[in-house]
Design a binder for this molecule. Structure first.
Ligand code: FAD
Length: 358
């Protein structure tokens, strides 16, 4: 009964007040917080307490599972941010004649959401791009496809997934939602200033290249017309601003979508801390944290299971080293300085030392 929701209960007393038999009393736990207790001698199992509970309106999937996982295809795994799990879900959807939405670079190397219907185009969506992605018209496109009965897989930051849900206004059986654990999204203007500071034509960028290092010690790889540059994240001024929280969107500092109970069917992330939990799952090539938030997500995971190596991990332990799952970061030391430079149209000054340090 209502006690099943304990992990999400806010102690609001609605169930206690609603119970027609007076079978629910509120009792304090060791920290003094109220929780419902059901007297089963009085309970007639009408279900009102569960049905009307506010957390029940946000469906809680009780079989929620966490895995450390990686793609058995080493080439795709090396091209991906962590374990290359995204590509497997996306390929599964395309095999079923479905459509995949996700973040890609445009011709100016800014990031926007696009739709992909062929496996050969999935490389555009692969890898994390550390710039906010513009969803453009993809919500409208996704709705049209859904209404026409096409299978749709929409991936993005948690705010973009909840934005899509709000736009659609109803559930679709043929929609699969996949979000990421998101640290926060950097400013497109800061990104443009960084690109401009390079003073050579850039053909492509990979924020999380792991050709020369382990996946945890990734480098940014910039491919120019006649040259390739690898820049360690520790000395890369763009990555420093991102990782030290000085270039993120205002809402990222008070994000409403960082939470355990996701609206998505699947959450993908980097499995930070996998070494401490299970060393055998970390060979340096990338391990994803895969969270299954719904039965739909679970079914899709079963369908790709023969293509991945995975180990189930306790949910709380899994997110222990990934606080971005639940908590917003604080503004970094350079936040005000960067904001002021952009406000004054002097963003080219952000990376003026760039030639010397990457
Ligand atoms: C801005 C940002 C911040 C992140 N912060 C964290 C974090 O704090 N902790 C953590 O564990 N993981 C974080 N991730 C997620 C992580 O880096 C990987 O996306 C995840 O591990 C999946 O990797 P993969 O190897 O399975 O697939 P990949 O092929 O590497 O991932 C591709 C997926 O990322 C999505 N994606 C790429 N860029 C963007 C973007 N700009 N906006 C929205 N979606 C995008 C694609 O649509 C696709 O779903 C972040 C990703 C981004 C883009």
């Amino acid at each position: 009964m209502i006690e099943e929701f304990k992990d999400y209960c806010t102690g609001c007393r609605a169930c206690e007040k609603l119970c027609p038999k007076g079978a629910i009393t509120m009792e304090r736990d060791y920290k003094g917080f109220l929780y419902p207790k059901v007297n089963y001698d009085k309970c007639v199992k009408c279900g009102l307490c569960k049905n009307r509970c506010p957390i029940n309106n946000k469906e809680v999937y009780k079989e929620k599972k966490a895995y450390a996982a990686y793609n058995k295809d080493e080439k795709i795994r090396m091209e991906s941010t962590s374990g290359g799990i995204f590509t497997l879900f996306a390929e599964n959807i395309i095999d079923k004649k479905g459509v995949v939405f996700g973040a890609a670079f445009n011709e100016d190397l800014q990031v926007e959401h696009i739709r992909v219907e062929n496996k050969s185009d999935l490389n555009k969506l692969r890898t994390s791009k550390y710039v906010q992605s513009d969803t453009k018209d993809t919500y409208v496109e996704a709705k049209e496809l859904l209404e026409n009965g096409r299978l749709v897989y929409f991936s993005g930051a948690p705010c973009q997934i909840e934005g899509l849900k709000a736009y659609l206004g109803k559930d679709y059986e043929n929609l699969i939602l996949q979000d990421i654990i998101c640290h926060g999204v950097p400013s497109p203007k800061v990104w443009k200033a960084y690109l401009d500071s390079k003073k050579q034509k850039i053909n492509s960028v990979n924020f999380r290249n792991k050709e020369k290092s382990s996946w945890e010690n990734y480098q940014m790889k910039i491919t120019y017309e006649n040259d390739v540059e690898y820049i360690d994240r520790k000395i890369n001024p763009y990555m420093i601003l991102f990782l030290k929280n000085s270039s993120l969107r205002e809402s990222c500092y008070n994000c409403k979508f960082k939470k355990e109970n996701r609206e998505s069917d699947i959450t993908l992330a980097d499995f930070w801390g996998i070494n401490k939990i299970d060393e055998t799952m970390n060979d340096g090539k990338g391990t994803s944290l895969l969270l299954i938030n719904s039965e739909k997500g679970n079914k899709l995971l079963e369908e790709i299971s023969d293509k991945i190596v995975k180990k189930e991990v306790d949910f709380k332990t899994a997110i222990e080293n990934n606080l971005s799952m639940i908590r917003s970061c604080r503004k970094g030391d350079k936040y005000d300085e960067i904001s002021n430079l952009i406000r004054e149209g002097r963003e080219e000054e952000i990376f003026k030392e760039n030639d010397k340090n990457g």
